[in-house]
Design a protein around this ligand. Structure first.
Ligand code: PGA
Ligand code: ZN
Length: 412
């Protein structure tokens, strides 16, 4: 068994060019586990705080002061790494040391253990031998907080090759749809610059309806039937539109407003018209009751909580009680540590809540979440379609397929 001999933190940058941290966990077997922290743009109110006072430098300082506490620990023992971290910061949202330390340190420990034991990360994280590939779910068109003015209010239109039988085919179908949509957009608007949003989806000057219409057209032009070989999904990220004082969803770019009741109809129409397989944060982050209406209305669609749940086990328990969703986004850095995120995954599985492990809009070129998605038995892996930091995760899935340890695709 390996032992941690030192830690090293450094200041780096994410895919948006914003400051972030990377942590190395070094073992007596001379292996280095290394993880660079990601961060979001549409951040949920209750998620872990990335850095104390928004200062990555402060996180690194606290880590350095406390490095000794981790020396001698077994890097594969996630619980002991987590508990040691909790002796330094016991705040619910890691406001003292920063959720990015919790994220990087715990995943880097497992990365170090994986290297020293010669066992892939997904195998270290689960004893279950019945493992499947989650379906890659990728952003083909971006708006909202991920793209500039003129783009749709809706944050993400997503594609998922729900009919694919292999991981390679699922990835290739997503590429094809993204590419076809690019051609359609260039044809429709001669001023289209091929510009893309933070997650690699196209960022055209379109309203919500046109964006959905053209995304559906891209699938159909390739000969796919929506809801069969290929399905569309939407991350409404509705908290961005929600105006708390007016109690309305304000769609600034399209120029309309929805009352909470109208929002349910607005979302329902989109789900039906485009045969969506996936609808994320269709209402704002505290609208559990409205989410329950959608969950009841669309039992076959993944009604997903992201900002609603923020990968928080206590909030998930409340959502389960209220039947507010049938699926949950798992973002390790919303929870904080990988230990926290795995506890969340266990609670979700226990309650039949389907998991979607997800990247953040500000990413690193790491690919550990591909392993985490498999180990948590996620149905989908929301990791984008194009862009180096997104491709890194897709390529890792293909490397994992060489182990021959995974039996086909997940059942959605
Ligand atoms: P974020 O958004 O990473 O910018 O928070 C992604 C999402 O809302 O799913
Ligand atoms: Zn989201």
């Amino acid at each position: 068994m390996a032992r941690i001999t030192s830690l090293k933190g450094r200041l780096l940058y994410n895919s948006r060019g914003s400051k972030t941290i990377e942590i190395d966990v070094i073992t007596d077997t001379k292996h280095i586990g290394r993880v660079c922290a990601s961060s979001g743009a549409s951040v949920g109110k209750h998620e872990a705080m990335s850095f104390p006072d928004n200062k990555p430098e402060k996180s690194l300082e606290i880590l350095k002061t406390n490095e000794k506490k981790f020396i001698g620990l077994d890097p594969s023992n996630l619980k002991s790494i987590h508990e040691t971290l909790r002796t330094i910061d016991s705040t619910p949202n890691y406001s003292k040391i920063g959720g990015s330390v919790a994220f990087s340190l715990t995943i880097a420990s497992i990365d170090a253990a994986s290297k020293s034991e010669g066992i892939p990360i997904f195998k270290l994280l689960t004893k279950d031998s019945d493992l499947r590939f989650p379906f890659p779910l990728g952003n083909i068109l971006g708006g909202g907080a991920h793209a500039g003015p003129g783009t749709p209010d809706i944050q993400e239109i997503l594609v998922c090759a729900t009919g694919s039988k292999t991981i390679r085919d699922a990835i290739e179908v997503n590429f094809a749809v993204h590419k076809e949509l690019g051609k359609i957009l260039a044809k429709k608007d001669t001023g289209f610059t091929n510009g893309r949003g933070d997650e690699g989806g196209w960022a055209p000057k379109l309203d919500n309806d046109e964006a959905l219409e053209l995304s559906a057209k891209a699938c159909e032009q390739l000969g796919f039937t929506l809801g069969k070989e290929v399905s569309l999904g939407v991350d409404f990220a509705s908290t961005t539109q929600w105006n708390e004082s007016r109690k309305k969803y304000v769609y600034n770019r399209a120029g309309f407003e929805n009352t909470p009741e109208e929002q349910i109809d607005f979302v329902s129409e989109i789900i039906k018209k485009y045969k969506l397989a996936y609808a994320e944060d269709a209402v704002h982050e505290e609208a559990f009751d409205e989410m329950s209406i959608l969950t009841e209305r669309f039992p076959k669609v993944l009604i997903v909580g992201d900002d609603l749940l923020v990968t928080n086990t206590e909030i998930l328990k409340n959502a389960v009680k209220k039947k507010a969703c049938n699926a949950a986004i798992l973002k390790v850095n919303q929870a904080g540590s990988l230990y926290d995120a795995i506890e969340f995954a266990k609670e979700a599985s226990k309650n039949n809540i389907k998991l979607i492990t997800s990247h953040r809009s500000g990413e690193s070129s790491d690919s550990h979440i591909s392993h985490i998605g498999i180990a948590t038995k996620s149905k989908m892996l929301k990791i984008g379609v194009v862009g180096g930091e997104r491709i890194a995760k897709l390529n890792e899935l293909l490397r994992i397929s060489e182990y021959d340890l995974i039996r086909g695709m997940a059942e959605i």
